[in-house]
Design a protein around this ligand. Structure first.
Ligand SMILES: [Zn+2]
Length: 109
């Protein structure tokens, strides 16, 4: 069960994602990855994935540590069940970047 505060955070995050989709900054997941896409994941030591998973109702959206590593800092990342399944089925693996490295890149642009 989410606390009232967590429920607020969840709503806020979903609104942000909606906003990014509307602006075309984020593409909703189709049945395969677009050419040259970059997947952003959380590095496992950055966050408690069990807590994050409470936010998602669907099992497909829940994330777990995978044998996948950030292309920048080489730390292991978590990936949702849906994305990881596609990742495994994709021959030409998309680039993976953890949230911290992405933030670093964005703040230097
Ligand atoms: Zn990284």
């Amino acid at each position: 069960m989410l606390s009232k505060e967590q429920e607020e955070q969840r709503k806020e995050m979903l609104n942000k994602i909606d906003d990014m989709v509307r602006k075309g900054q984020v593409v909703p997941l189709q049945d395969k990855f677009p050419e040259d896409c970059v997947i952003t994941c959380m590095a496992i030591e950055d966050d408690d994935y069990k807590k994050i998973n409470e936010w998602w109702a669907l099992e497909a959206n829940k994330s777990y540590p995978r044998e996948v590593f950030c292309s920048e800092c080489k730390r292991q990342v978590m990936m949702s069940n849906a994305v990881f399944k596609m990742y495994q089925e994709t021959e030409k693996k998309p680039k993976v970047v953890c949230g911290k490295c992405l933030n670093k890149k964005l703040s230097t642009v």
